[in-house]
Write a protein that binds this ligand. Structure first.
Ligand code: BEZ
Ligand code: FE
Length: 292
């Protein structure tokens, strides 16, 4: 008799027997996804040979991960991020032509409804941190400037916290803004120099990182969502290449093409011309959108 169809489970045929139970499933994609997951999960269990205690530990880890989740905290996404799965899913879903800017993780701190600001506005609402000028152009893959592009930008403050992590401490929408390009495709705004910061590490994912002797830090960055009708939306960052964690981002989000020099401007005339009355940092980075 066909062992798979008999329905009896053995250590050898474990994956096949479970997969064969889904035969009547009419959702072809679900059936395919579940079959692949079951096959790989059973393979992993066969390779690891967990004790009952170890398996229960894994179940308890996932239980705690679920309990940690609420409207503001998504511990499963952090798990996916720190295992490199978020970046892998992102890479698969954002293959672009040569020359187009690369995507990276969205992260959990984007909020809808950031204020729409005039080009040149300062997104820092509390006056804290080292001032920075962020500028560049939005281009198509032929190098033409793009008009009417929306740039949604957000960053952590110089203590490494987003406004939503410090409600009542930072003003709402601190270090967030939306800008729209004119005919020259240029963008520029004032901000503060971001610093490296730890991803939320007070839950089971942070505990796991500690046990694995991994640090929880992300190198200093600005986040962007850049959109224009007819073009592939770009969710990305720019990173400070001099950051101590640039080669060991806890969520694997750094790409060579997304590093942009954060240059200190010490020249008084240049400071005045840019609208600063002392030292500021300048970063220039062009983004290239691919046609949808
Ligand atoms: C962030 O850059 O905001 C972020 C990304 C992934 C996990 C945690 C934070
Ligand atoms: Fe971030």
């Amino acid at each position: 008799m066909d062992v798979q169809r008999s329905g009896f489970f053995t250590e050898q045929n474990s994956a096949e027997v479970v997969i064969s139970r889904m035969e009547a499933c009419e959702d072809a994609r679900l059936k395919e996804v579940m079959a692949v997951l079951i096959r790989h999960l059973h393979e992993a269990v066969k390779e690891i040979e967990p004790t009952q205690e170890e398996w229960m530990k894994a179940i308890m880890f996932l239980t705690k991960t679920g309990h940690m989740c609420d409207d503001w905290r998504q511990e499963f996404i952090l798990l996916s991020d720190t295992l490199g799965v978020s970046m892998l899913v992102d890479a698969i879903n954002s293959r672009r032509p040569t020359g187009a800017s690369e995507n990276t993780v969205l992260g959990p701190f984007h909020v809808d409804g950031a204020p729409e600001l005039e080009m040149g506005a300062d997104i820092c609402l509390d006056g804290k941190g080292e001032p920075m000028l962020v500028r560049g152009r939005i281009l198509d893959t032929d190098g033409n400037p793009l008009e009417g592009v929306t740039i949604d930008v957000w960053q952590a403050n110089d203590e490494g916290f987003y406004d939503v992590q410090q409600k009542g401490i930072q003003p709402d929408f601190n270090l967030r803004g939306k800008f729209t390009t004119g005919a020259d495709g240029r963008y520029w705004f004032k901000a503060v120099k971001p610093k490296f910061y730890p991803i939320p590490d007070d839950g089971p994912v942070g505990q796991l990182l500690k046990q694995l002797k991994r640090h929880p830090y992300r190198p200093a960055h600005f986040h962007y969502i850049i959109t224009k009708d007819g073009f592939d939306p770009l969710t990305t960052h720019i990173f400070d290449p001099d950051d101590p964690y640039i080669r060991s981002d806890a969520v694997f989000g750094v790409k060579e093409s997304l590093m942009a020099r954060f240059e200190p401007i010490e020249d008084a005339a240049q400071q005045r011309e840019a609208g600063f009355d002392g030292l500021y940092y300048d970063v220039e980075h062009d983004f290239v959108l691919a046609r949808a």
